[in-house]
Write a protein that binds this ligand. Sequence first.
Ligand code: ATP
Length: 288
Amino acid sequence: MTQPAISVKDLSYSYGDNLAVDGIAFDVAAGEVIGFLGPNGAGKSTVVKILTGQLTPLKGTAVLLGLDIVKERKQVQHQIGISFEDTNLYEQMSAVENLDLFAKLYKVENFDAMSLLEKVGLAGREKERVASYSKGMKQRLMVARAMVSDPKMLFLDEPTDGLDPVSTQTIHALIRGATQRGTTVFLTTHDMVEADKLSNRVAFINQGKIVALDTPARLKQRFGLRALKVEVELPHGETAIREVTLDEEQTAQAVFDLFRNERIVTVHSEEATLEDIFFDITGRGLQG
Ligand code: ATP
């Protein structure tokens, strides 16, 4: 079997008495996008900080690209790109200067800042000081900066949190482009639509533990109930909604009865969202 790009075993971390990451284990294949989905305080950022060598785990191991993050931190850090919510950009410098500086640090030859800035929609504003940028522009620049060295692995911590739809789309396109080049992406988010759209597999994290990890489709199959929502017309012209749960023994009969006995106006199928499933497993929502 080929070596996983990330292999985590029994990883824990605590801030004082607060056990923020509680014995988690998972593997990520090379080229895979793994989405870490969980509410505020679930432990997502702490996991990213451990995997990127900013925090030393209390217990357990994390091996990235065949290297132990504690013992071979510098070598790992040289091969990964990180975009963190609070990543510092040099505010007094322009976007081009920020990227060029990073390219120098990473010894990237023939670096073309403009081509990267075009991809994140910052061409035309590249000479302005970053201090004058909006939150969305800074966020796009941070994601671009994480990609300067075309790293084998990208860590994106809530890359679209609080952004407008255009900035979000731009960042999603960048992530897709990176995965097409074979980059492994570790994405944390509390946006279930984002996790569903971008991830090959999603890990649900709650109170420092991974409570489910699978492809979005399989999570929906395993935990979510599919249903038909049928709008019917009642005798005096008003309408009502009837719901039939799919995949059950009596489903076929229920659909048959409905179509035989009622006047059907519209039929829609509905599947559970990742948020519904997260709620079913943990008893809490993804927001807050
Ligand atoms: P968010 O979505 O809000 O970023 P998160 O899932 O990334 O949340 P973490 O930031 O990893 O969660 O926090 C996990 C737990 O650790 C929380 O209880 C949080 O209060 C605590 N914590 C995080 N950073 C620190 C810190 N620097 N000092 C003390 N406690 C911390």
